[in-house]
Design a protein around this ligand. Sequence first.
Ligand SMILES: O=P(O)(O)OC[C@H]1O[C@H](OP(=O)(O)OP(=O)(O)O)[C@H](O)[C@@H]1O
Ligand SMILES: O=c1cc[nH]c(=O)[nH]1
Ligand SMILES: [Mg+2]
Length: 221
Amino acid sequence: MESNRLFILSQTPSLANHFISELRDVTVQKDSLRFRRNLERLGEVMAFKISETLPYAEQTIQTPLAQAQQTLLQEFPVLATVLRAGLPFHQGFLNYFDHSTSAFVGAYRVEGGRQLSVHLDYMATPHLEDKILILVDPMLATGKSLVLTYKDMLRFGTPKRIIIAAIIASPEGVAHVHEQIPEAELWLGALDDHLNEHAYIVPGLGDAGDLAFGEKNEKVQ
Ligand SMILES: O=P(O)(O)OC[C@H]1O[C@H](OP(=O)(O)OP(=O)(O)O)[C@H](O)[C@@H]1O
Ligand SMILES: O=c1cc[nH]c(=O)[nH]1
Ligand SMILES: [Mg+2]
């Protein structure tokens, strides 16, 4: 943990490091079922870690025998994700935050090296005013997809807390998010070294969307 706005899972040794290693490993990642499941497992781990920072309240539960006092979440966060690579990671969050509502955003990077642009074309979201929003996307490279997504989501209300969760990030992406969304807390699996000339994270894992779902055909007929 580097500051109160940046939390890095891999800084505390845990099983999460095994899941991240399998995502990166050029042999293991060929198994797309395992790749998707590792994204999902990391969503579950991060959901649990983030849940420790949310507000709770005492509640009384009736068991068949008596009443039990439980400390339970006061509210479930809204979970937002970016298609396509975000889907398995989002499923992991939803497995734990099972009463959450979800937002889906269609955003993709358009070739342009380090100066790439992001095309945003689909958004389905619940109201966000005064909500706790967790925006999940496994890869934070230039940070443009997440920043554009979040700024567009503000049309649907201003969340009272914004948490961004990514599995692998670049220093450039973290700096862009901190500059453009200073109120965001960033939760990462690992913080990598740099971006290459194609704006891929190094060492990274390659193309998360393609590894999860197959190479996309870029041709428009
Ligand atoms: O920080 P950035 O430079 O914006 O890059 C990160 C984005 O790249 C990946 O999606 P991609 O555009 O490859 O789409 P895909 O999920 O359909 O493969 C990833 O899931 C992020 O959304
Ligand atoms: O390294 C990267 C950067 C963006 N998207 C990916 O899937 N990988
Ligand atoms: Mg991709």
